[in-house]
Design a protein around this ligand. Sequence first.
Ligand code: ADP
Ligand code: G3P
Length: 570
Amino acid sequence: MSSVIHRISNIVIGDQSANMADKEEVFVGSIDQGTTSSRFLIFNKAGEPVAVHQEEFTQIYPNPGWHEHDPEEIVKSVENCIEGAIKIFEEDGHSKDSIKAIGITNQRETTVVWDTTTGEALHNAIVWTDTRTAGIARELKAQQGSDKIMNICGEPISSYPSATKLLWLLKNVEKVRKVYEAGNLAFGTIDTWLTYKLNGGPERNVFVSDPTNASRTMFMDIRKLQYSDEMLEFLSYEFDLKKVHMPKIVRSADKEVYGKLSSGPLKGFPIMGCLGDQSAALVGQKGFEAGSAKNTYGTGCFLLYNTGDKPIISTHGLLTTVAFDFDGKPVYALEGSIAVAGSGVKFLMNNLGFSHASHKITELAESVPDNGGLVFVTAFSGLFAPYWIDDAHGTMFGITHHTERGHIARATLEAVCFQTKAILDAMQKDSGHELKELKVDGGMSNSALCMQTQADLVGIPIVRPKMRETTALGAAIAAGFASGVWMTFDELKEVNTAGQTTFEAKLDKQASAKMFKRWSKAVTMSKGWLAEEEELEGHGTEAKEIRQSLKEDEVEKGHGLEKVDSTMTA
Ligand SMILES: Nc1ncnc2c1ncn2[C@@H]1O[C@H](COP(=O)(O)OP(=O)(O)O)[C@@H](O)[C@H]1O
Ligand SMILES: O=P(O)(O)OC[C@H](O)CO
């Protein structure tokens, strides 16, 4: 897998002043374990990264809609990143003793199960994008009490949270079931798995998760920040989830509970902060106050809106999540989750061979003046917020002889912007507030065309910082608070404010509304594509009954091909 090494430093290598500065200067390390790559960054007190090492790891797609990671490879990639960044850090004349603490941030929901006696993973991790559990989600939705779920855990029932992934593993993997029956099955999201492994596994048995990660499982009561008996009962229709070892939920910033690295160049260094990556990005953008928001365009795209100390339960298709919990006073956010953002760009590169570099996809999109009438509903994992359509697959509308690769590239970038617009609309309805500007970050925000399109569609300024490693910065801030590197939010006011770019809306409102209308039509038409036979495979007689009722329902609605065809050529 490819590995990228950066030196992001304004300190001249070997410069005496750097060594002098080091005597007073303190640093915080940040592990950023994303969906497609792992990174380790070292930040100074001004919030500037001074060393980075990044490594991509294998994406495993065993079946259509399935997405897995090798949990051991993830740990290895993190260890390599720590080694690589420390090498740079030391070559630049710094001493690793000036690193006060380490923070962890991670892809959320992705589910790992292991044997508590050996500390070994029992299956590949099921990644957050994976849709194999759509059938389980449907079964759960049909259960009594499903209408109360949102209010307890903040999430709608879908294939996205960890719960359905754990249920699938219990149902389908004999090895997992045996360990469960023996009472030794551990469940964790990536933060838990990493902390456990980096601490040395079963020997020290550091087994924790922070509320920003635990709020993505469906197991946690969003108000109490502890596991919900009601949720566990609701989900235990086939297996007793109370028999599964679940990590202790602890604060996002803490001096003690996250343990210390057990090996490598930072052996003995403490982990003091932990945040799910989207919460970390909000913190890295300094979205500490109610009313602040950010949108991160990574593999997926996630808009978080800080709602302060009270969770708002959405009635418009958004999730309620924990933004951070530094001191036992949790701050909440409304979240709009988009499953496909940068992964759409990667799809054009890796699957369709459009190019070999992400920025080339933007260049291709720039080669045409507009989308040429093409709309690409990138529903590779169904559609997430605010639509929650699990029976859609990726669908292109409006293909003509005029269509070329540039249009497809442009429509891929636009798909994220349209979903962001739908999420912002929903957020305004749920919160009663209109955003004045939207802060952005993440790999895909490198695309100026994408950011301009975003501004055109939402009609408010899009503000992009110069240093876009805000997710890693957020985890560093969590660890920095716990270790006393920073004491107050105020101290961070100036961090990463210089050199930001603002994209103002240029397109007139009518044209923008017309584009969005066409997108909305395409979303409606993408519904119901996935044949129920495929989706519900392996679920026995119950599945057949559901299939039958779905077919009858379909006939009743008159949802047929004629309707689709006429719009396709419009
Ligand atoms: N100039 C660009 N134009 C479009 N997409 C880009 C550009 N630069 C990076 N990306 C996309 O951003 C994604 C990586 O963003 P990143 O924030 O690192 O994601 P993650 O943390 O989920 O691994 C990739 O999917 C990549 O294709
Ligand atoms: O890898 P990212 O940055 O797209 O983030 C993944 C999210 O945490 C999934 O919920």
